[in-house]
Design a protein around this ligand. Structure first.
Ligand SMILES: *Cc1c(COP(=O)(O)O)cnc(C)c1O
Length: 426
C-alpha cells in the first residue's frame, strides 16, 4: 500500500515488535554483545549486517535514517552528527585528492568554506558556477576529473531555486551524480529524486528537528546512479577496498546500497561523525510532525513576504513564492505546495538600518539558527557569511544589508505586528 508523505512522517522507519516499545528506543550503548566471537568477525568483514560499535551504526540512528530515506524516496540513508559532516561525507565519497567537483555558488556559508578551504587542502578541486547558469555555462565548468555536481535545492540564505532537472541532466551527460542539499524545502515540499537528483543531504538541525534541539545531518541515496557504468570514475565504489579484504561495494551491496555502505564502513569508521542516539531520538520526534510544521512555515513565509513587499521602508524582498521573484517560475514547478519559511529582505538605511531594525524586534529573536518553530532573524554578512569576501558574498547571493528572516509557526498576525513596530524605528 503506498503511503502519502504525512503518513511516512508519522509511521515510516520504525515498527515495534509484538510487545515492543511504541516510540523508538534510545540505544544508549557504545557497544553490542555477542555469544560467539565469529559473529563479530563477520560483522567486521561486512559479511553480516548488525551492530557492534556505535561509531559505525546504532539502531536508534538507523530507525530515524530509515524514516528520512522513506521521505526522500531513496534506497539507503544514514545520519551524521551535523549537516556539515553529511555534506563532507557525500562529496568525499565520490571525489578524492586529484578530483574535481562542480558547485553552485548559491550555497550555505559553511558548505562554501568546507569546499573552498578544507577540502581544497585535501586535494579536491572545485569550480563554483552561478545557480542561474545556462546549460552551456554549466557544461563549461566540467573537467575530465569531475566526479560530482553539488547544489542546494533552495539556497541558504538567498532562497534561489535550483533547476534540478537541468542540473541533473548536465551532470548525467558527464557521467557524474548530482548531489543536492535539500535542507530548506525538506522532502515535504520537494523530492529531488523525482527530478533526477541522485543523492540528497540534509542539515537535520533545521526543519527536520524543527525545534532547535539537536544538530544533525543525513545522507540519502536514490539508488539511481549507475556507478558501474562509470567504473573508471568511481574506483572507490567499483574496485576492491583493501581495508575490507577487497570488498567491492557495488558488487557486494548493489547499486541501491553501495554508496551508503561505503560512506558508513569507510568514512564513518575513519572520521567518526556519528550522532548520539539521544539526538537521533529528538530528530525522530521532530520528523513526526514535519508535514504539519512545513505547511505552516510555508504559509507564514508567504504571508510575511507579501506583507513586507508592501512596506515603504522595506527596500527589497527575496522569496521564491513572490510573483516578483525571478525564481517564481522554478518555484511553481519544483515547489507547488510551498517553498519554506525563509524570507530575505532589506530595510532602509542599509547595514545600519538592518541592525537597528533587528534590535527593535521583541517576539522575533536574533539567533544564528534558521528553520525552527520560533521566528528568528540574522544578518548573514556579519555572521554566517562573515568569512566571505565581498565578491564571494555577491556570488552567494548575500547582499550586505540582507536580513534573513526565518519565519516560524507562530500566528502570522503576531509576527507582522512585531515587524511593524520594529520597522517604525528605522
Ligand atoms: C545549516 C545548514 C548546513 C549545515 O548544517 P549543520 O547541521 O549546521 O552542520 C548545511 N546546509 C544548509 C542549507 C544549512 O542550512
Amino acid at each position: 500500500m503506498t503511503q502519502h508523505i504525512g503518513t511516512k512522517c508519522v509511521q515510516a522507519g520504525y515498527r515495534p515488535e509484538n510487545g515492543g516499545p511504541r516510540q523508538i528506543p534510545i540505544y544508549q550503548s557504545t557497544t553490542f554483545r555477542y555469544d560467539r566471537g565469529e559473529s563479530l568477525g563477520d560483522l567486521f568483514d561486512l559479511n553480516a549486517s548488525g551492530y557492534f560499535y556505535s561509531r559505525l551504526q546504532n539502531p536508534t540512528n538507523d530507525f530515524v535514517a530509515a524514516k528520512i530515506t522513506a521521505l526522500e524516496g531513496g534506497t539507503a540513508g544514514m545520519l551524521t552528527s551535523s549537516g556539515q559532516a553529511a555534506i563532507f561525507f557525500a562529496v568525499f565519497n565520490t571525489a578524492s585528492a586529484g578530483d574535481h567537483v562542480v558547485v553552485s555558488s548559491a550555497i550555505y556559508g559553511g558548505a562554501f568554506n568546507l569546499f573552498n578551504t578544507t577540502m581544497r587542502r585535501m586535494g579536491v578541486d572545485f569550480t563554483f558556477v552561478s545557480v542561474d547558469a545556462t546549460e552551456e555555462e554549466l557544461n563549461a565548468a566540467f573537467k575530465p576529473n569531475t566526479k560530482a555536481v553539488y547544489a542546494e535545492t533552495i539556497s541558504n540564505p538567498s532562497t534561489a531555486v535550483l533547476d534540478i532537472e537541468l542540473w541533473a541532466k548536465v551532470a548525467h551527460e558527464h557521467g557524474v551524480p548530482l548531489i543536492v542539499d535539500n535542507t530548506f524545502p525538506t522532502p515535504i515540499n520537494c523530492r529531488p529524486f523525482e527530478w533526477g537528483a541522485d543523492i540528497a543531504v540534509h542539515s537535520t538541525s533545521k526543519y527536520m528537528d524543527g525545534h532547535g534541539a539537536a544538530v544533525g545531518g543525513a545522507i540519502v541515496d536514490s539508488g539511481k546512479f549507475d556507478w558501474e557504468a562509470h567504473k573508471d570514475k568511481f574506483p572507490g565504489l567499483t574496485t576492491p577496498d583493501e581495508s575490507y579484504h577487497g570488498t567491492i561495494y557495488t558488487q557486494k551491496f548493489g547499486q541501491g546500497a553501495a554508496f551508503i555502505t561505503k560512506c558508513t564502513a569507510q568514512l564513518m569508521r575513519d572520521f567518526g561523525a556519528i550522532p548520539s542516539p539521544q539526538n537521533s531520538f529528538l530528530l525522530g520526534l521532530g520528523l513526526e510532525s514535519l508535514h504539519l510544521r512545513i505547511k505552516r512555515h510555508s504559509e507564514n513565509g508567504q504571508k510575511i513576504a507579501e506583507w513586507l513587499e508592501a512596506q515603504d521602508k522595506v527596500t527589497w524582498v527575496d522569496f521564491c513564492g513572490l510573483k516578483s521573484s525571478k525564481y517564481y517560475p522554478l518555484a511553481q514547478k519544483y515547489l507547488p505546495n510551498g517553498a519554506c519559511g525563509v524570507v530575505a529582505f532589506g530595510v532602509r538605511g542599509g547595514r545600519e538600518g538592518a541592525q537597528k531594525f533587528m534590535a527593535a524586534l521583541k517576539l522575533v529573536s536574533i539567533v544564528t539558527h534558521v528553520a525552527d518553530a520560533r521566528s528568528s532573524v540574522l544578518h548573514p554578512a556579519s555572521t554566517t557569511h562573515r568569512q566571505l569576501t565581498d565578491a564571494e558574498l555577491v556570488a552567494a547571493g548575500v547582499k550586505p544589508d540582507m536580513i534573513r528572516f526565518s519565519v516560524g509557526i507562530e500566528d502570522a498576525e503576531d509576527l507582522i505586528a512585531d515587524l511593524e513596530q520594529a520597522l517604525a524605528t528605522v
